[in-house]
Design a binder for this molecule. Structure first.
Ligand code: PMP
Length: 281
């Protein structure tokens, strides 16, 4: 596999990043994951807009222009022959002597690689996933897409230990989001998902799905909800770039919609895939 590191396309075995890189020492870095369908990129502009925002919030320099980043994405997809999967992009503040204070005049590190993944044909989307609830113990700026993913990783392990697929995180009694996705419920035909703020990542798939839902005359309500409300909902689902829309069929072992994927989640997934195929670049 060919990866990209600071201006060079190299075989993964030859790729090198300094042990003093602040991404490694401080998790001082941000990332994006853009899906690939039929060899083309989904919602590339949205991902780049969010990347700029993450960088700006951390006073971090942008490693390249959007045009250059698009070219690197395309070149990696081409070189690795990716039809369906993802491109991972990570920017860190760069390498410097270890010091909590941001170093001045250091070039950012840009690393990118591809991963093949079957996204459209998904057993999890067919059968639906089971989630558990866990306390949200992440830091307070979840709107910045940083590489500090240890708590979400612990959450996935807690889910696995409980025989579930994933976890929904709860703060002050309300669901924030999934460990690597946004969370939704459906009640009486109305789609409910937490409003944007520092408490959750502003999902690019979330924005697309809510827009498509409104265009299809579905009602959308952006507000917090509890696990109890979710357990009594008609449907539940998640969204993310690499899962699209996936139904949730149980929360803490309480089955939703009779334990089967619901019609609205199914419909949203179809609409999303149709539009993704149309608009990929
Ligand atoms: N929330 C969290 C915590 C995530 O990690 C992700 C995916 N990276 C999402 C939501 C979904 O965001 P997107 O739709 O942009 O993939």
């Amino acid at each position: 596999r060919i990866v990209y590191v600071n201006g060079a396309y190299v075989p993964e075995e030859e790729a090198k990043v300094s042990v003093f890189d602040r991404g490694f020492l401080f998790a001082d870095g941000v990332y994006e994951v853009t899906s690939v369908l039929e060899g083309r990129l989904l919602d590339f502009e949205g991902h780049m807009r969010r990347l700029r925002r993450s960088l700006a919030e951390l006073d971090m320099a942008a490693p390249a222009s959007d045009e250059e980043l698009l070219e690197i994405h395309r070149e990696l997809v081409r070189r690795n022959g990716v039809e369906e999967g993802l491109v991972y992009l990570q920017v860190t503040r760069g390498a410097a002597d270890r010091d909590f204070v941001y170093p001045a005049g250091v070039a950012p590190t840009l690393v990118m690689f591809t991963q093949e993944k079957q996204i459209v044909e998904s057993p999890a989307a067919e059968r639906g996933i089971r989630v558990i609830s866990i306390p949200d113990e992440r830091w307070g700026r979840r709107d910045i897409k940083t590489v500090q993913l240890l708590y979400p990783s612990m959450g996935k392990m807690m889910a696995k230990a409980a025989g579930a697929d994933d976890a929904w995180m709860v703060e002050e009694g309300f669901v924030t989001e999934g460990t690597s996705n946004n969370a939704y419920i459906v009640k009486g035909g109305r789609i409910i998902t937490r409003h944007l703020g520092n408490e959750i990542l502003h999902g690019i798939t979330r924005a697309a799905v809510l827009r498509l839902a409104r265009e299809a005359q579905m009602e959308v309500e952006e507000r917090p909800f509890t696990i109890e409300e979710a357990q009594g909902a008609d449907e539940a689902f998640i969204t993310s770039a690499t899962t699209f829309v996936q139904p949730v069929v149980a929360i803490d072992d309480v089955e939703i919609g009779g334990g089967r994927p619901g019609p609205i989640a199914r419909r949203l997934r179809e609409i999303y895939v149709e539009e993704a195929r149309r608009n990929a670049v």
